[in-house]
Structures are given as C-alpha cells and as structure tokens.
Design a protein around this ligand. Structure first.
Ligand code: 5AD
Ligand code: SF4
Length: 434
C-alpha cells in the first residue's frame, strides 16, 4: 500500500508540473513516504529524513514533505523534532499534497493535515499507469478494525473503509485498456472488503466481477486475515481463471495462548484448517506468511509451536520480525517482555529453518514448465528478462523486450534461494499455444 500511495502522490504532483527524478541534486521537492509498523521502520524513516534535512541545508529552496503512517502518528510534533520539514501529510489527506507544496512555495510555514475523513483520499485519487506498465496495484479498501494487540495500523490508517466496486472496476478497465495485464488488489484486510458499502458486495463477489475484465490476465491480492478466509473465497481460486494461485496469509504465532493475547481471532488448528481447505482446492497454491517472534509472554514452548506450524505448512516464503512495542497499542502495556537477545536468537533460528524450506520449494520446481508473465529486463539487464509464475516466484531467463507483457512458458532449470532460472520453451507463447 505504501508503494501505491507513493505512486498516487507522484501522479498528483506530476499534474502540478513536477517530474520524477533519480538525481536528488536536481530535486525541487523531496516527499518521504513513511512506515511505522515496527520500531525499526520508524527509526529508518527518521534517519532518512535527517539525511534529507542535512542535504536541504545546502539547498534552501528544496521543499521537504513527509507523508504516510509516521506522518500520521507524529503530526505537528514532527516539526518540533525536525523543523526543516516543510509539510506533514497524514494517511487520509494524500490529495492535499499538491496544495501543501503550493502553500510552502507561497511562504506558508508548516502546513499539516492529519485529520481522519469518512473516505480516505487514497481510495478516491486515481493515477494512470506509466507507459509500458504491466503489473499495477489497485487500492480497494483502507484501514483496519481488527486491533491486533501489537499493531499500530488501526491507529494510523483509521477505520476500515471500502471503495465502491464500480469505481474499482472502472480503474481496472482503464488499466487493461492501457495494456496492464496483472492487478494486485490492496488493503490492510481485503477479506472484509464491502463492509459499510451500500451495495450488496463482498470480496469473493468483487473478485468475480474483476475476473470478467477483458485483458486482465492475472489478479492477486494482499493482505488477508485468516479468520476472514471464507469457503466462497477458497472456491474463487477454482472459479476465476485469472485469480493466481498464490496467497499471503499471516499467521503471526503458532501458540494458541499467544494468538489469544495477540487478539487474532483464530487458533493454530483453525489456521491449519484454512490451509487444508485451500490446498485441497489448489494443491500448487503458493503460500507466504508473516510471523512475529518474542511477543510479550511468548515462552520457549510457545515459540516451538510457531516452529511446529512452519514445519507443518512449509510456506514458500515467510516474513518474520522481532516484536517491537508500538505506542498506544495494547501489547505495549503487556508484561512478560522478551529479552532482545532471546528475540534475536528465535528469529535467527526461524529464518534459517524457513530459508531451507524456501530453497527446497524452489528446487522442487526444477524441470517443471511454468507460465511466466514477463515484466521487464532482469536486474543484470539484457539478454535476460524477468517475470513471475502464477505462484509469485521470480523467474529470470534469456529473452528480449518483445516479450514484455507476454505470458510465456518457461522450463525451470534452477531453483535458488530467492528466485528461479529457466529457459523459454520454444514457441512458448501461451496465447499461441492454447
Ligand atoms: N512488532 C513486530 N512485528 C509487527 N508487525 C506488525 N506490528 C508489529 C510489531 N509491533 C508485523 C506483522 C504484520 C507485518 C506487516 O508486520 O507480522 O503482519
Ligand atoms: Fe494490524 Fe493486520 Fe491486525 Fe489489522 S489485521 S490490526 S493491519 S495486523
């Protein structure tokens, strides 16, 4: 969502005559989009803003704006901490960025907008795709009402709000017309899409409508909450051809005691039940997850249950984090805080285990033929191109720019730790094959 919000902000500023530049020395405005989900993200944002502040001291005309969750959390306090910041834009006020830049240029000191609105601007603002864009993000809802005990998101993104389905379909139609082939639907909690809208809609129904959009070959979505994965959503993977067989489903902890203290609303057994339901429909489903280690009160035995769950599910990928206190959340006030060294020990152990499974999963694809949507040149440049399988694995293989935006068949020759290598199957254009 942060990437999408940055794109939307850039689109709004482009309408004002600004152009993106990769060269900070020629920038007239630097807009820092910030995250505060963990303490480390917050520190990183402050230190980056500090660096831009030093740079700005040498270029007094440069405007420095801060947006995103940390901007929402700090509000006007940001000016006290870092007076060289020119404006602060909260998570609901994205559309005000051009106004605020204009106000600063006209001499106004420190404009800020961190008010929550009924309908956040990031759902209302549209921005056309860049020329040649193949995969795009589309916001479908914002905010969260779940209040997991560790999480600051409900406080900085506000209450759950869904975007009317016609508006989403319109945007996706326009993306398809511009040549986009893949959309990733975004929201803090996409499974509860539709709550509060006047129309009769829910997330599986939205997927069905999007599945009918001509030209969109692939649909993905993130992030899902395990308690809201319904049978209808599981069936959607079978019923909608363009819905990719890949799901990011955070489980956070394997111990029911910890899950309860986290206020997650499911047990490890229920989580496994959902995984079984999904895999019985789509055996090849790509699965990734988020995990927190060292939540307050997590004992060695609790942590072992997290490890047991990883061993049972064998995810393709896992994003794992040491618990960090976030101001205002319930868990910040919990007792039983786990020592930093112990958290690091648990994290290292878990990440090593998962790295083995990720590699094993990637190696298991060697010799298989995968449908790959080619997205651009690979990191090392031509003659290699890069794309993703339907299960969301990055594949690099020899090819040229004529393949961009095409779905081709690729035989996997090597599974690595973070990607796959392959060879295009001769005549492997999927459209010409079928
Ligand atoms: N400490 C550590 N990890 C956290 N996450 C969210 N809040 C915290 C926190 N306070 C993790 C969760 C979530 C991911 C985006 O960040 O795993 O799914
Ligand atoms: Fe945070 Fe996700 Fe829980 Fe919402 S569902 S409170 S965004 S972890």
């Amino acid at each position: 969502m942060n990437v999408r919000d940055s794109e939307l902000a850039a689109g709004l500023l482009e309408k004002e005559g600004y152009r993106l530049t990769g060269n900070p020395a020629e920038a007239d405005l630097v807009l820092v989009n910030t995250c505060t989900v963990r303490e480390k993200a917050e520190q990183k944002a402050h230190s980056f803003i500090g660096r831009v502040g030093k740079f700005k001291a040498k270029r007094p005309g440069l405007i420095l704006g801060v947006m995103g969750c940390l901007a929402q959390q700090w509000g006007r306090e940001f000016f006290k901490r870092s007076p060289y910041i020119d404006f602060v834009c909260g998570t609901h006020a994205l559309d005000r960025i051009p106004d605020m830049a204009r106000e600063v240029r006209a001499g106004k000191k420190h404009p800020a907008d961190t008010a929550f609105r009924d309908y956040p601007a990031s759902l209302a603002v549209h921005s056309p795709p860049h020329p040649g864009e193949i995969a795009s993000y589309v916001n479908i809802m914002q905010g969260c009402d779940n209040f997991c005990a560790y999480c600051i998101v409900p406080y900085v993104r506000g209450r759950e709000r869904s975007r009317p389905s016609d508006d989403i379909i319109d945007e996706v139609d326009r993306l398809a017309e511009a040549g986009v082939k893949e959309v990733t639907l975004l929201g803090q909690n996409v499974n509860s899409y539709g709550t509060g809208l006047e129309e009769d809609i829910n997330f599986p129904l939205l997927l069905k409508r999007l599945g009918a959009v001509q030209g969109i070959e692939r649909i993905r979505f993130t992030t899902s909450h395990p308690k809201d994965i319904s049978e209808a959503l599981m069936d959607a993977f079978l019923e909608i051809d363009s819905l990719c067989g890949y799901l990011h489903l955070p489980f956070q902890a394997g111990s029911n005691r910890v899950l309860k203290r986290m206020n997650r609303g499911y047990t490890a057994e229920e989580y496994l039940g959902k995984i079984n339901g999904l895999r019985s429909r789509v055996p090849s489903l790509g699965l990734s997850t988020d995990i927190i280690v060292g939540f307050p009160g997590e004992s060695g035995e609790d942590f072992q249950k997290t490890i047991d769950l990883i061993e049972k599910v064998r995810f393709d990928n896992a994003f794992s984090f040491k618990y960090s206190d976030r101001p205002g959340t319930a868990a910040a006030g919990y007792d039983g805080k786990v020592d930093e060294i112990e958290k690091s020990r648990r994290l290292t152990y878990l990440q090593k285990l998962q790295a083995g499974y990720t590699l094993e999963k990637n190696k298991a694809l060697e010799g298989t033929v995968q449908e790959v949507l080619v997205e651009g040149p690979s990191k090392g440049g031509f003659p290699n191109v890069t794309g993703r399988t339907r299960g969301n694995k990055v594949v690099n293989f020899q090819g040229d720019a004529a393949l961009f935006g095409k779905t081709v068949l690729v035989k996997i020759t090597h599974g690595f730790a973070h990607s796959l290598r392959g060879e295009m199957v001769q005549g492997g254009d999927v459209e010409s094959c079928s």
